[in-house]
Design a protein around this ligand. Structure first.
Ligand code: PLP
Length: 391
């Protein structure tokens, strides 16, 4: 059998390697606390579940959806207006996705030809780089470095690269670095995109998981945002709907129409009961969003304060469901540290290098376990002796 060369660039993937270690340890009867994959464990609010159940009991709802239903597009448009202050035309500026991952994977195929240049953040959520790679594009990494508050420095992108680039992906609040960008960044981004005629994709999966005084917003709320690009949003974390696969691409009508055309050749639309769930989520009572935010905030505090007390000084993130921690000074590789942590303490985290070259020196911990489990994880780390015998 012969397979496509494009598959050779993927390898096994770090998540596969990590889950293999987890499987082996568990088969040996050892305890493993998994903080590696960002799979949320906070269930949806009851009114959202009820909407799915009601719609799923209606036999008419098992046809191909083919399109986004009018009531869904209307609901999303009202949600964007109320929540982010953004006006969107339902028919032409909104496209549902089978999870934002699906849209992020496919959109490159509608913008990039083989050999084109895409600008992606480093470190980044893996599909930001893998989507353009699937389209055969070349990548230019925009570093997100600690000394710059983990924010992309647009002025550092060489002129020749900016002229050549066809699109760029940016995302704040950021996975894995957990940072929010200042408003000034978005203004500069829009100017930059206009100057060099670059399409901007802004991934906004974590606007509702911002802690403290700041509030997450939308890239489309900045003047000119819709002229240069689109935003991806996801109901996975905000409403606990990860397994239902509900996301949206919103903004520039030209970009949206190409994506819709591409998708009409790939899938037959979102299961109608899930369209009803999305409507219930974005139009219903929003207190569940605050409950979710507070749950992640408490987990963040337990983990960061606990690790710091053990001798691993870990900063509290300002947003997202992740902790981005510098590895202890006596390690030089995030993979080696992650392997030691799982072997000696049974706590599974993701090495920063899995997110790109600038991720080295860090690990990412996902706040996807209950408070009691996080406390147990802290005990395991303490008992492993990796950080001395502090108590
Ligand atoms: C930054 C970012 N974008 C997109 C996704 C994918 O979300 P969805 O469940 O909507 O596919 C994730 C999931 O972890 C993410 O962290």
């Amino acid at each position: 059998m012969q397979f496509a060369k494009r598959m050779e660039q993927f390898g096994d993937g770090i998540f596969t390697r990590l889950s293999e270690i987890k499987r082996r340890k568990m088969a040996e009867g050892e305890e493993v606390i998994d903080l590696s994959v960002g799979t949320p464990n906070i269930p949806p609010a009851q009114h959202i579940i009820d909407a799915i159940v009601d719609a799923a009991s209606d036999k008419k709802n098992y046809i191909y959806a083919l399109n986004d239903q009018e009531d869904l597009l209307e609901a999303v448009s009202v949600w964007y207006k109320n929540r982010y202050g953004v006006n969107l035309k339902p028919e032409t500026e909104i496209c549902s996705l089978l999870g934002s991952q699906e849209g992020l994977a496919h959109i490159s195929l509608s913008i990039l030809d083989a050999g084109d240049l895409a600008l992606v953040p480093d470190p980044c959520y893996p599909i930001f780089a893998d989507g353009p790679r699937l389209a055969g594009a070349r990548l230019y990494y925009m570093p997100q470095k600690k000394e710059n508050g983990y924010i992309i420095q647009l002025q550092d992108i060489p002129e020749a690269i900016a002229r050549e680039a066809k699109f760029m992906i940016v995302s704040y609040p950021n996975n894995p670095t957990t940072r929010l960008a200042p408003d000034s960044f978005y203004r500069e981004l829009i100017d930059f995109a206009k100057k060099y005629d670059i399409i901007v994709l802004h991934d906004n999966a974590y606007s509702e998981l911002v802690f403290g005084d700041r509030k997450g917003g939308s890239f489309l709320a900045f003047p000119g945002g819709k002229d240069v690009g689109v935003e991806f949003n996801s109901l996975s974390k905000t409403y606990g709907l990860a397994g239902a696969r509900i996301g949206f691409c919103l903004g520039n009508a030209g970009v949206i129409s190409r994506l819709k055309t591409l998708k009409s050749n790939m899938d037959y639309g979102m299961f109608l009961p899930l369209q009803k769930a999305a409507i219930a989520a974005v139009t219903g009572e929003q207190s569940c969003v605050e409950v979710t935010r507070r749950t992640y905030e408490r987990r963040r505090d337990i983990l960061c304060e606990g690790l710091t007390a053990l001798g691993w000084k870990v900063e509290k993130p300002e947003a997202t469901m992740f902790v981005w921690a510098a590895i202890p000074a006596w390690y030089s590789s995030s993979e080696t540290f992650a392997l030691d942590l799982v072997e000696k303490a049974g706590v599974l985290v993701t090495p920063g290098s899995a997110f790109g070259p600038s991720g080295e020196g860090h690990v990412r911990m996902a706040l996807v376990q209950e408070e009691g489990v996080l406390i147990r994880g802290l005990d395991l780390i303490r008992d492993s002796g990796l950080f001395g015998t502090v108590r």
